[in-house]
Design a protein around this ligand. Structure first.
Ligand SMILES: Cc1cc2nc3c(=O)[nH]c(=O)nc-3n(C[C@H](O)[C@H](O)[C@H](O)COP(=O)(O)O)c2cc1C
Length: 211
C-alpha cells in the first residue's frame, strides 16, 4: 500500500463528514420561499406561548432606526385570539371567499405597537420586525401573515393597549397549499386561487434590476 494511503483516506472522510455537518438545515432563501402569507390554519395545532416568545425575541437583534427600538409586542392566544377574529381582514383581494374561513382560523396573534407617534422610520422598523418574526416562525415550522387591515380602535380597547397598534401578525401551522408563479415586470400581480392552491405571482429576478 502506498505511503500515507490510509491517512489520506481518513482526511477525505473527515472533510466529507465535516461538510455534511456544516450544511445548514435551512438556507435564508428556503426560509423566504416558505414564508408565504398564510390565511388558512390547522386549528388542531395550538400555538404555544414559548413559540410566540421565540418569534418576538428576534426583535432583540434586528436593525432599528437610530437604534431607538420603539416597537412593543402583545401576545394574543386562547379566548383572546377568538375575539381578534372579527377585527381583522384577510385576503381582501378575494371577493367571494370569507376569511378567516370557519374551521381554519388562526389561534395566535402578535400585535405590534409603537411607543411613539409613528413616523417614516417607524414603518421601516415595522417591516424589518415583521419579516424577521415571520422568518423565525417558518424556522420553527409555523407560518403567518402580517395584517394591516384591522380595526385599530377596537383592538386597542379590547387588549387595553398602552401604545398604538400598527400591525397584527397571525401565527399558526399552515393548512394552505401555496405556489409561487413567476411573472414578468408589468404582468398582473394579484394573488388568486386555482384548484384549491393559493397562487402568488412574483416578478422574476432579472426584471427587478434596473437596466
Ligand atoms: C404592509 C403589508 C400589509 C399587509 N396587510 C395584509 C392584510 O391586512 N391582510 C392580509 O390578508 N394580508 C396582508 N398582507 C399580506 C400580503 O397580501 C401578501 O404579502 C401578498 O399577497 C404576497 O404574498 P406573500 O406574502 O405570500 O408573498 C400584507 C402585507 C404587507 C407587506
Amino acid at each position: 500500500m502506498a505511503d500515507n494511503y490510509l491517512e489520506k483516506r481518513m482526511e477525505q472522510h473527515r472533510a466529507v463528514a465535516g461538510a455534511a455537518a456544516q450544511k445548514p438545515k435551512h438556507t435564508l432563501y428556503s426560509l423566504i420561499e416558505k414564508n408565504r402569507s398564510t390565511r388558512l390554519y390547522d386549528t388542531s395545532f395550538v400555538v404555544r406561548e414559548d413559540q410566540l416568545r421565540r418569534i418576538v425575541a428576534v426583535n432583540s437583534r434586528v436593525a432599528s432606526a437610530r437604534n431607538r427600538q420603539t416597537l412593543r409586542f402583545r401576545l394574543v392566544m386562547g379566548d383572546e385570539a377568538k375575539s381578534m377574529l372579527p377585527l381583522i381582514k384577510m385576503g381582501s383581494a378575494f371577493k367571494d371567499v370569507q376569511l378567516p374561513q370557519v374551521g381554519y382560523e388562526p389561534n395566535a396573534f402578535i400585535v405590534v405597537c409603537s411607543t411613539i407617534e409613528p413616523r417614516q422610520s417607524t414603518y421601516v422598523d415595522l417591516g424589518i420586525s415583521v419579516q424577521s418574526m415571520l422568518l423565525q416562525a417558518v424556522e420553527i415550522g409555523l407560518n403567518g401573515v402580517c395584517i394591516m387591515s384591522f380595526d385599530k380602535q377596537q383592538v386597542s380597547q379590547l387588549f387595553a393597549l398602552p401604545f398604538e397598534p400598527l400591525m397584527v401578525l397571525a401565527v399558526g401551522r399552515s393548512a394552505e397549499r401555496v405556489k409561487i408563479v413567476d411573472i414578468k415586470d408589468g404582468d398582473n400581480c394579484d394573488y388568486y386561487r386555482e384548484d384549491g392552491v393559493h397562487c402568488v405571482p412574483k416578478i422574476v429576478p432579472d426584471d427587478l434590476i434596473i437596466k
